[in-house]
Write a protein that binds this ligand. Sequence first.
Ligand code: HEC
Ligand code: HEC
Ligand code: HEC
Ligand code: HEC
Ligand code: HEC
Ligand code: HEC
Length: 265
Amino acid sequence: MNRKIFALVVLLVFCGQALCQTGVKKKRPLPYEYGRVVIDNYSDKADLAPVVFEHWIHRSKFTCRVCHVDVGFAMKAGATGITAADNERGYYCGSCHNGKRMVDGKTVFQSCSKKVTDEDAQRCQRCHSYGQKVASDYDFFRFSEPLPKERFGNGLDWEKSEELGLIKPAKFLEGVSIQRNSLVVQKDFALNPKVEGMPNIIFSHKKHTVWNGCELCHPEIFMGVKRGTVRYSMVDISQGKSCGVCHTTVAFPLTDCQRCHSKPV
Ligand code: HEC
Ligand code: HEC
Ligand code: HEC
Ligand code: HEC
Ligand code: HEC
Ligand code: HEC
């Protein structure tokens, strides 16, 4: 590839990932931190520690669609505006964390409630854990040990883990999801970055649909329905738009150039 353009793009990509916006080098998240969301619209004001939500444990058990379409979480940190009352009534975190639902043979612990005994307080801390020393049931290193590795993000190859049957994310949440007819899967397509020597990007509708269904991308992220509507650029993506909604936060990050730019022209 043209070296100048390459250098420029690398710079822009890393700027987008907040390396140079403040002039301070933001450290790259460690594998167990990647996909972490800290939620603090109300907790701090209520004298509770902010809530820490980890994608890695949850995405190993459920597809993205279960949470982002059926349960209804926003695709942006803090944007859902979850309250204790919502959770108590069985919405958001409370659609699973209600002290009743069984997942993998275990009852999922309850979320927020008004009356708090000493025993409850420990439960509260499992989510209201930001900055606290809280023992968790799941250890990332033990969890990731048997799974195939990748270089960036969580350091795991999520796709292969599922192919090999090492994780089996559920596509359906009893009482919350509605049964859908499966939709016709769209064809894969190539995107040409229009820079000399820069490999094409193969976008797999099929693979993305396994996790995301259609509604996670259409119409909010990609108007879609007709190809060529979207104008992509690496700068937009690195600022968290289009592909970058997921590929800067939860799915493998932009540092993994070749996983997208995989097809030499
Ligand atoms: C399964 C995770 C989970 C557990 C367990 C949990 N919470 Fe929450 N709680 C949340 C989330 C998410 C929010 C929204 C956080 C925010 O925006 O600050 C929240 C917010 C709150 C708030 C903020 C004020 C409001 O009205 O929304 C209070 C108070 C609260 N929880 C109390 C509790 C208490 C008390 C317990 C233990 C009995 C508890 N929570 C356990 C997830 C949890
Ligand atoms: C168990 C539920 C659950 C699953 C499964 C899940 N998410 Fe999330 N996701 C959340 C919650 C909760 C938030 C935070 C929402 C908020 O703060 O309002 C979030 C936030 C996000 C964000 C915004 C992150 C940020 O830093 O702004 C993205 C992007 C995202 N999820 C993508 C995905 C993708 C892709 C998958 C599947 C690989 C996935 N999620 C699976 C619950 C889930
Ligand atoms: C679709 C179902 C589902 C939703 C929605 C969900 N969780 Fe969970 N979560 C689970 C399951 C299942 C586990 C594993 C529970 C177990 O094994 O005890 C879990 C585990 C956890 C753990 C414990 C991790 C550990 O290592 O001990 C935390 C903390 C947590 N969830 C926070 C949240 C918060 C905060 C929300 C809402 C923002 C949320 N979850 C929404 C299903 C869900
Ligand atoms: C991860 C995101 C993502 C998911 C999930 C997804 N799509 Fe797409 N879709 C895209 C993108 C990106 C385009 C291209 C938009 C453009 O270039 O203008 C597209 C384009 C399309 C098009 C136009 C195709 C053409 O050749 O003109 C249709 C129709 C479509 N999608 C339907 C679906 C359906 C149906 C599903 C679920 C089975 C789905 N998509 C799932 C991202 C996604
Ligand atoms: C809604 C979230 C989301 C959006 C938007 C999205 N992806 Fe992905 N993508 C994922 C997830 C989840 C995976 C699974 C791998 C992982 O999590 O690291 C994945 C995997 C991939 C892979 C590897 C799988 C394969 O096809 O071999 C490529 C390449 C990829 N995405 C490219 C793109 C491109 C290009 C765009 C924009 C046109 C895009 N993605 C938009 C969520 C998303
Ligand atoms: C998540 C997928 C993805 C990853 C990872 C990725 N790119 Fe891209 N890249 C794209 C897409 C999509 C385009 C736009 C293609 C088009 O113009 O249709 C693009 C375009 C480009 C272009 C053309 C100029 C521009 O801004 O549009 C260059 C150069 C480029 N990428 C370099 C890189 C480099 C260097 C890396 C690693 C640091 C990288 N890309 C990582 C998806 C990705």
